[in-house]
Design a protein around this ligand. Structure first.
Ligand code: GLA
Length: 350
């Protein structure tokens, strides 16, 4: 990273921030209903190196692009928005970051549903804090990163991705309570081996469809007279007259219950039980929340047929990745069976 920065900008960086992508093991589309999720950081990280400069510009080692940006100006509609939005949020906290040259190195797959944008935001904030000589706790870093995405980038996401990236620890799952923003690290027993597989289909139309799902979930909570669907029971969800809102609410209420049950299964090393909950989660995301695709469904089915205990789409849906829980088996045999039936799928991490 040091030498790449020297090559790009002719001097050494002053600060470097790092943050991982994440896989969500279970608990999707629950965070903005103040519910529960169970993410785990990936080994893939984004690194952001910075040094003071005359103006703001950023280079990506992924595509070799050099772009100028302005945290006090309008979004540019490209990847620098995550950087600009993050710096703008620090400035609102009174942490002024001077114009900087920024170099981004990423091995987090983009548009895959494994939070490359949250990793870029968190890594940017960490680099900027180091440059400014200021410390913020990890939850405050995650909150600033989420505001960057909500306010600057226009994606009305919850806090799952930013918390997983900022607060999560390698090799451990994180039970996240999105009402209190408290996270409990959960030890992952050695019998739990997860694979993250991309279905080969880029996520599409995510922003509009995502924001629409969020509005439905909030509308359902409003009709039920609760602060968020976190507070609704299954019977309350079934009482909704509007069939679409009923389906959306059914997913959220059931998914919250599944996360807590899955944590119990993990703590007791019950991989098969955990896998069953993953399958139920996928069905609910596909049928009631309608965020799956044919490619994701096919990949989940193949993962199960090849012997996985469980498999489900992970993240927002609409393409991207699934996560599968594998028995203690020959993983390369499992993967070759899955790949044979899904020629455009690729393995992100086992
Ligand atoms: C995206 C959002 C998260 C979360 C997931 C679905 O990753 O950024 O806040 O809502 O979708 O669980």
């Amino acid at each position: 990273m040091q030498s790449a920065f020297v090559e790009a900008f002719g001097r050494t960086p002053v600060a470097i921030g790092r943050a991982p992508g994440r896989v969500n093991l279970i608990g999707d589309h629950t965070d903005y209903a103040e519910g529960f999720c169970l993410p785990m950081p990936l080994v893939h990280v984004i690194e952001v190196a910075v040094a003071p400069a005359q103006s703001f510009q950023a280079m990506s080692l992924t595509n070799g692009e050099m772009q100028s940006f302005d945290p006090s100006g309008l979004p540019r509609g490209n990847w620098t928005d995550y950087i600009a939005g993050s710096l703008a949020e620090l400035s609102k906290l009174g942490i002024e970051v001077p114009p900087v040259d920024v170099l981004v190195r990423s091995d987090v797959p983009q548009g895959a549903g494994v939070s490359s944008s949250a990793a870029l935001e968190v890594a940017t904030i960490r680099a900027a804090l180091e440059l400014a000589g200021v410390t913020l706790d990890d939850v405050a870093v995650a909150q600033a990163a989420q505001r960057a995405e909500n306010l600057y980038c226009g994606m009305q996401c919850g806090i799952l991705d930013q918390m997983a990236s900022a607060v999560g620890r390698q090799g451990e799952a994180l039970l996240l309570d999105c009402r209190t923003n408290r996270g409990e690290l959960i030890h992952v027993p050695s019998v739990f081996r997860f694979a993250v597989v991309h279905c080969g289909q880029e996520r599409r139309l995510v922003e509009g469809a995502y924001n629409e799902r969020r509005r439905s979930v909030e509308a359902a909570a409003g009709l039920l007279g609760v602060r968020a669907l976190r507070d609704a029971s299954a019977a309350m969800a079934e009482s909704l007259v509007d069939p679409l809102l009923r389906m959306r609410a059914r997913h959220v209420v059931g998914e919250n219950e599944r996360v807590l049950a899955a944590v119990g299964a993990m703590k007791n090393s019950q991989a098969e039980r955990f896998g069953t909950l993953m399958v139920e989660s996928h069905r609910s995301l596909a049928q009631d929340f309608e965020v799956s695709t044919e490619a994701l469904d096919r990949l989940v089915d193949s993962a199960l047929e090849a012997g996985a205990y469980g498999a489900r789409l992970t993240g927002a849906g609409f393409g991207g990745c699934i996560v599968a829980l594998l028995p203690a088996c020959d993983t390369s045999k499992w993967w070759s069976r899955v790949a044979a039936r899904n020629p455009s799928a690729w393995c992100v991490q086992i």
